[in-house]
Design a protein around this ligand. Structure first.
Ligand code: ADE
Length: 228
């Protein structure tokens, strides 16, 4: 999968694409990530990328031209096949199913906003999906972009050694179910014992227990999810 990230802060991304599963996948050729600073496409003599909002109000709005020119510099066949994502608190709430769906795209283009957001003609022209990571407002789109990409890239073939482990994560088996608890050695730690069932070797009983635990946690932590 080839991914383009359009941002004013390229250096924020670099550490997240090194020395981890994503970094390994880049080295092994499963992923190719190109980070573009759209300030480089500003035609303003002061390299300005923002301006005051029409209609008044506080904050600054990212101008459409630099983002448009950065986007246009991406090869046309890539642009045609790409899903464009714009992180925004005004967007659709990001869910695991979206991560799975986007992982099947050949190309992703992620455009990171700042300040009061991006001129609204950009999502229209780029046919972008505006995506929110939650009901709170951050200072910019870079952290949401990293979160969204991380969730998507786990499902790209080759990125996770054991895709099976991703498939029983929270929300993956069922969009309405949190994951089950996990334990490893030692059998007893600070007086707390690993549940006996996990040593039984009875896979059906273990699956049933894990499901019951998942349901209980979901009811307690996420009563908004539909698990009657
Ligand atoms: N940019 C600022 N806040 C955001 C949010 N909650 N989700 C996505 N992008 C954002």
């Amino acid at each position: 999968m080839k991914i383009y990230i359009l941002t004013l802060f390229p250096h924020l991304f670099e550490p997240f694409f090194k020395d981890n599963l994503i970094g390994n996948s880049i080295e092994e050729g499963y992923l190719d990530i190109e980070i573009m600073n759209f300030r480089d496409f500003s035609q303003d003599k002061h390299r300005k990328v923002d301006d005051v909002p029409y209609g008044g109000g506080g904050g600054m709005v990212l101008k459409p031209e630099p983002i448009w020119l950065a986007y246009q510099s991406i090869p046309e066949d890539t642009r045609k096949k790409a899903q464009v994502i714009i992180p925004s608190p005004r967007g659709k709430l990001f869910r695991q199913q979206m991560a799975m769906d986007y992982s099947e795209k050949e190309n992703l283009i992620v455009v990171c906003g700042q300040y009061k957001g991006i001129d609204q003609r950009i999502p229209v022209l780029l046919n972008a999906e505006e995506i929110s990571i939650g009901d709170y407002v951050l200072t910019g789109g870079e952290l949401p972009a990293l979160i969204i990409l991380n969730a998507i890239l786990r499902f790209v073939p080759g990125v996770l050694g054991d895709i099976g482990s991703a498939l029983n994560d929270s929300f993956t088996e069922s969009p309405e179910l949190l994951g089950h608890p996990s334990y490893t050695r030692p059998k007893e730690f600070q007086g707390l014992k690993v549940p006996e069932i996990l040593f039984s070797g009875n896979h059906k009983a273990i699956d049933d227990w894990r499901r019951e635990q998942a349901l209980e946690t979901t009811r307690k932590n996420r009563p908004d999810l539909d698990n009657k």
